[in-house]
Design a protein around this ligand. Structure first.
Ligand code: AMP
Length: 187
């Protein structure tokens, strides 16, 4: 389904990354994960990576100007012209407005909120920390990331609901089942 311009919202640990990759393949559009792009820049020790790392390690958001510029650049790449799936962006009200400008009237076609139970999410993140050793997966940073999500990103759900774009999908349960729910929600 090219020309799908989709945003995947949901708290850290809801399984957005895994589902974004599966869904993007199903739709034939690129999955664009701002967290992944930041992590790649950190690993490559770029200027952007050095700037982003201190925010990421603390569980805070990278400043909007920096993130917006990065996303604008990525969306301008040829593979995103016929559609994309954004995972982890927008995360603030300012990013919503900026994305609107970037899309210049084309607009989004879908916004999916992957919902998750908080206790389950914390447990998932702690398990991931053990398996992958991500620097931002320590317990105190996890708590901060959830707080920042609640304060800055959860309100975006209402913004997109008012626009009639929002679909909520239960992110709990086996990965394959969640993927099925997501593809059904888009059919
Ligand atoms: P994620 O992998 O999506 O959980 O992102 C990991 C980290 O990257 C976040 O905790 C933020 O520090 C940073 N990040 C990712 N996306 C954004 C965004 N849209 N705005 C600001 N910071 C972001």
């Amino acid at each position: 389904m090219t020309n799908t311009r989709l945003v995947l919202l949901g708290p850290p640990g809801a399984g957005k990354g895994t589902q974004a990759a599966r869904l993007a393949e199903h739709l034939g559009v690129p999955a664009i994960s701002t967290g992944d792009i930041f992590r790649r820049n950190v690993a490559d020790r770029t200027e952007l990576g050095q700037l982003a790392q201190k925010y990421m390690d603390a569980g805070e958001y990278v400043p909007d100007e920096v993130t917006n510029k990065m996303v604008a650049g990525r969306l301008a790449e040829p593979d995103a012209v016929d559609g994309f799936l954004l995972d982890g962006y927008p995360r603030t009200a300012a990013q919503v407005s900026e994305l609107d400008s970037m899309l210049a009237g084309r607009g989004l076609t879908h916004v999916i909120e992957l919902t998750a139970d908080t206790d389950e999410v914390v447990q998932r993140l702690l398990n991931r920390a053990r398996e992958q050793g991500r620097a931002d997966d320590t317990e105190s940073v996890i708590r901060r990331r959830l707080e920042v999500y609640a304060e800055q990103t959860a309100p975006l759900v209402d913004v997109y609901a008012e626009r009639g774009l929002l679909v909520q999908v239960d992110g709990m349960g086996p990965v394959d089942e969640v993927t099925e729910r997501l593809t059904a929600a888009l059919a």
